[in-house]
Structures are given as structure tokens and as C-alpha cells.
Design a protein. Sequence first.
Length: 159
Amino acid sequence: MMGIGFTKKVLLIDEETSFLRLVSAELQKEDERINVIPASSTSEALNLLDNEDFDAIVSSRRIQEIEGIKLLNEVRKKKEMEIPFVILSRQREKEFVLKALKQGANRILEKENEDKNNIILSCKILAETLKQEIQSYENKKELEHHRKEFNRNFKIYDI
């Protein structure tokens, strides 16, 4: 799926530090090419986004200063490309899911909060989701690159 040997940087945002540590460790166990950079607040996440490039973002629905959808909107304003953005939520309310998808979230996954075994299982799903979303994102970037190259090298005439 992801380019062999290429590390993919994922920004993981959650205010629960124990959750951050566990999910970071489990994602990297699932696929050693996933390099998780944790952030425990939106201000930390936005600072990281200003200074580093990421291949995907995973955010809890609710974080200290701001809701995940507001963070998603900030990211979409800052970044020209549609970096994969996954929201973790304890509630799967239809209205929230529709709003998040409409605002540009790629996926909404259920956030496990109690049982370590459930969190570990969820990390397997999250790792696979990240691989799929990053591959899709890379394919879109490559297609756009080829489209620009084609348009630069060939002039199309109306007949």
C-alpha cells in the first residue's frame, strides 16, 4: 500500500495523554512505517502543522480549546492540499458524522475509552484506515502532478 520503506508522519491529537501514548505505541506496532507525532492540545497541533509536514491527521472529536470539526476547518484553511483527516469520536451521532464529512473529514471512527483490548483492536482498524487514506491522498497528488506535466507539455486544440 504505502510506498515501501517510506515513513508516514501522522499527527495524533487528544487531550488524554495515556490515550495518546497507547495509541501511538499500538499504531507503530501495527506498521513501523507509521511515525506518530502526538499533540495534547489544538494549539500544540496547529504549531506542529505550521512547522512540519504530515501525511495524515487523527483528532479526537473534542479537545481542550476547540472541537475537532473546528480544528479540521483550521487545517483545511492552512493547507492547500486535502491531507487525510480522521476524527475519533465516542458518539456516532448522525448529525455530527454528516457535518464532519461535509466539512472535509475523510473518516469518523469510534474512539474506545475504557478497555485496553478494545483500544488495541481499534488501532488495527485505524492503522488500516490511515494506510488507505494516505495511499488515496498520494494517488491524487501524483495524478495532479501528471495532469500539470501533461498540460505543460501538450497544447490541446479545439477542433
